[in-house]
Design a protein around this ligand. Structure first.
Ligand code: SER
Length: 844
């Protein structure tokens, strides 16, 4: 039975609209990951976004509970039902139906579609919820209804946000299998299993903990697909179900081991974690040192360590991706498209961790021997910092031994990194949202219209003015900076990477334009006094023409990347301005010069062909079917703009050229890496391309002048030749240096530094005199060479060199008449020469 499909179809038959799963990274900075089916609808529950039509929906939402509230990471593998990644089936009513219908639908689905036996079912309600208690009695015997308090029967999305009392449906797995002291309704045993949570959404909790009623009582229900599948298949653990066994079997095959439930925690950890990792990577989250990317890294490393426990000491997680795609790719199509890319990233990350895991485990075991009950925070930090062991991985390993870690010390050492991670969660705009007057504007005027696709000029009415704190005012006076909302505006608000418009509004300067909770607001510096109700001429800065050329060039670049590097390329960010563009995209390795040339040529060819831009408005399904590229996780309305530019077809709300010819020419300026698996291309077109070419040309002119040659390549070759011949001259000059002897007891003594061929020089000196001793030192490439020669006297060259070499940090020796040695301390050459003088003097 395809429970996912049955569920969605059932609620569709009850008038619900089926909504596809929203991204795991929610459009909500207070939340780490989408952790329940209701998350994408939060603003509808709170009334910030108008009710949709129909006001009832159903979905199968992918969720992650790792990090943040509802963190299940530590338990995964050791219980029958915890997961980091799971799918939640849900039906939602936004002020439409309430408890009566929600309960009736749930009961009908459970008993008639799933056909779970009624004598196995129980329900719970909140102890104060008499209404739900009454309603349930129409469906189920009173003695099967339990009342519990807030702990069990009150649900909240997070510390803030929508919440309310809830009612849960339980399935009795049977006393024949579960009969511990904890196996009673409300106990911690496994016998009674919660399968469906119906939340009666009535309140919104704010950050000070106070609760205010939601505009309309609503319904949010959630049924874990993994649990219900296990029950339907008669399994006691989610991991025994058809959703996980194929993964577990694959792990067993790779490890060459047999899976047994009792000893199989590591298999379960891996089969759970690979699902989180695959989905997060496919949705554009990347391994990182902080934030969501760090949670992803923790999940992967925990799995790798469990693989290690199973004896798998080389990358293997990436091999499991095929299985995940096989099991889930039909429902989540993007997995198929991203498969190779995801595998590549996992493999790199596995290799990175495996490089340090064994040294880290050694350090861990070493410290373990010294540990009585609390493991050192310093070592845990070192494991983290040097060996890449996330703290919860260390804690996990300790838990297996019944030990804990000194987290206070660890936290102290981590505080700096933590502050950084925290900073990355800030700036969501929620603070402004609470204090600004946006809601009032939305209620009074709705969203204002953008008329700037065709017009760069208009005459528009000032609907509202806001001061710099986003509070409504009637007037902005000369010199004041604030925000203006026009009834219809030609100024484009920054979005989809395209920067916001600047320009003039009746002589006042428009400095920027942005969207604030759906409102298009321009930042304005008042020159003349400006009042609500004024009707003023608007003039968008002509920069816009350059901006739109760069925007269209970005689309061509995207198409070129997919054509030349492959369809795994997807956009990871972009920025479009009047004088440059930047495009970030998924790709596992640097792009070669040859590939860059091809990409640049591809774009320029498209520009030269010069197709006309085609814009069509259609519904999202037809758009996707037409092959248009949509950004994963981007919110699109029901009707979307599909833009065809030559061979590129994308969903886009930005402004673009009418004909590709307008772009002129296109140059790639730089290619670089942003983070693992994400590359960046910076480029210019149109006027900026001309400027870029001009800059290059002036640089070349300057080079020519500096080189005094019309052809710089020839000039440089000539310079190189000259340098070479000068170097040779120096060398020859050195070898002809005269070293004058001192005579001691009729023996000619030559001691000195000579930077040339020592051996030849020693021979030369020896030939000149009848009785002679020579000691020379030379330096080359940061090293020292020593050489000694002796003829007709009582000094032995070998002994001399042997005695001196240690002074320059070396060693050597040789014959009585000739010997050499090497050393590395060039600074010690004077000492060596001194010592040689001393020895020679003392012996002659
Ligand atoms: N939001 C509730 C839960 O996650 C019901 O969907 O349990």
């Amino acid at each position: 039975m395809d429970i996912r499909k049955e569920y969605l179809e059932f609620f569709k038959s009850k008038g619900h609209e089926i909504i596809p799963s929203a991204p795991l990274v929610p459009d909500d900075a207070t939340l780490l990951f989408t952790n329940a089916g209701m998350v994408p609808f939060k603003s509808i529950f709170t009334g910030d976004v108008p009710r949709p039509t129909p006001p009832i929906r159903t979905s199968c939402q992918t969720c992650i509970r790792a990090g943040g509230k509802h963190n299940d990471l530590d338990n995964v593998g050791y219980t029958a039902r915890h997961h980091t990644f799971f799918e939640m089936l849900g039906n939602f009513s936004f002020g439409e139906y309430f408890k009566k219908e929600a309960i009736a639908y749930a009961w009908e689905f459970v008993t008639e579609i799933l056909k779970l036996p009624k004598d196995r079912l129980y329900v719970t309600v909140h102890e104060n919820d008499d209404e739900a208690y009454e309603i349930w009695q129409k469906h189920i015997d009173k003695d099967r209804i339990y009342k519990f308090g807030d702990k069990d029967n009150f649900w909240a999305m997070g510390d803030t946000g929508p919440c309310g009392p809830c009612s849960e449906i339980f399935y009795d797995q049977g006393s024949e299998h579960f009969n511990s002291d904890e196996d009673y309704m409300g106990g911690d045993g496994d016998r009674f299993l919660e399968i469906w949570n119906l939340v009666f959404m009535q309140f919104e909790r704010s950050s000070d903990g106070s609760m205010s009623p939601l505009p309309k009582p609503s319904i949010d229900t959630g049924m874990g697909l993994e649990r219900v599948t296990a029950i339907k298949e008669g399994k006691f653990s989610n991991y025994d179900s058809s959703l996980f066994m194929p993964l577990i079997n694959e792990v067993a095959r790779i490890a060459n081991l047999k899976y047994e439930y009792e000893s199989g925690a590591s298999f379960r950890v891996i089969s759970d974690h690979i699902r989180s990792v695959t989905f997060l990577l496919a949705q554009g989250v990347n391994f990182d040192k902080e934030g969501r990317g760090y949670v992803l890294r923790r999940i992967l490393r925990r799995a790798v360590r469990h693989g290690y426990l199973l004896g798998i000491k080389e990358p293997f997680m990436y091999k499991l991706v095929d299985k995940v795609v096989e099991l889930m790719g039909e429902h989540y199509e993007y997995l198929k498209e991203k498969k190779e890319y995801v595998k590549e990233l996992i493999k790199i990350e596995e290799e990175r961790f495996l490089a340090t895991i064994s040294a880290g485990l050694d350090l861990f075991n070493e410290e373990l021997k010294k540990t009585k009950d609390i493991f050192s925070g310093e070592v845990a930090f070192k494991l983290y910092d040097t060996y890449g062991f996330p703290l919860d991985l260390t804690a996990d390993m300790l838990r297996e031994k019944g030990l804990s870690v000194d987290e206070t010390k660890f936290d102290e050492l981590m505080s700096e990194q933590k502050a950084r991670a925290k900073a990355s969660w800030k700036g969501s705009g929620d603070a402004i949202k609470e204090s600004g007057d946006f809601k009032a504007l939305l209620e009074e005027f709705g969203e204002n219209e953008f008329i700037g696709y065709e017009n760069l000029k208009s005459s528009s009415k000032v609907l509202a003015l806001l001061n710099s704190e986003f509070k409504r005012v009637n007037e902005l006076k000369n010199g004041e900076i604030g925000y203006v909302m026009l009834d219809s505006t030609p100024f484009y608000a920054q979005s989809g990477g395209q920067c916001g418009d600047t320009g003039l509004l009746g002589g006042n300067k428009i400095l920027d334009t942005k969207k604030y909770f759906g409102l298009n607001l321009s930042t304005i510096e008042a020159k003349n006094s400006l009042k609500v109700g004024d009707i003023l001429p608007c003039e968008v800065s002509l920069n816009r023409l350059e901006i739109r050329r760069h925007h269209s060039a970005t689309h061509l670049l995207h198409a070129a990347l997919r054509a030349i590097l492959g369809s795994h390329i997807s956009q990871a960010g972009s920025s479009v301005e009047a004088d440059k563009l930047r495009f970030d995209f998924t790709h596992p390795k640097p792009i070669s010069k040859d590939e860059l040339d091809k990409i640049e040529k591809f774009v320029n060819d498209q520009i030269a062909i010069g197709a006309k831009a085609k814009i069509e408005i259609m519904d999202i399904e037809s758009a996707k079917n037409s092959g248009a590229i949509a950004l994963f996780g981007e919110k699109y309305g029901d009707q979307v703009r599909v833009l065809t530019l030559g061979c590129s077809k994308e969903l886009c709300g930005g402004t673009h050229v009418e004909n590709l010819n307008e772009i002129g020419s296109f140059f790639i300026i730089r290619e670089s890496g942003v983070s693992a698996g994400v590359r960046r291309i910076e480029a210019v077109c149109s006027r900026a391309a001309l400027n870029y070419a001009n800059e290059l040309r002036s640089e070349l002119e300057e080079i020519k002048i500096a080189l005094k040659g019309a052809n710089p390549i020839n000039a440089i070759t000539k310079l190189k030749d000259e340098i070479k011949s000068l170097q040779n001259e120096i060398k020859n000059a050195n070898s002809s240096v005269e070293l004058s002897p001192t005579i001691i007891n009729n023996v000619s003594v030559v001691i000195g530094e000579f930077n040339g061929d020592i051996k030849a020089k020693i021979d030369e000196i020896k030939n000149k005199f009848d009785s002679v001793v020579v000691f020379l030192a030379s330096k080359k490439d940061g090293k020292v060479s020593l050489g000694a020669g002796s003829k007709n006297c009582n000094i032995k060259a070998g002994e001399l060199v042997k005695a001196i070499a240690p002074i320059v940090g070396g060693g050597g020796g040789g014959r009585d008449d000739f010997a050499t040695a090497g050393g590395k301390d060039i600074d010690k050459i004077p000492n060596a020469l001194n010592e040689a003088t001393n020895i020679i003097k003392s012996k002659l």
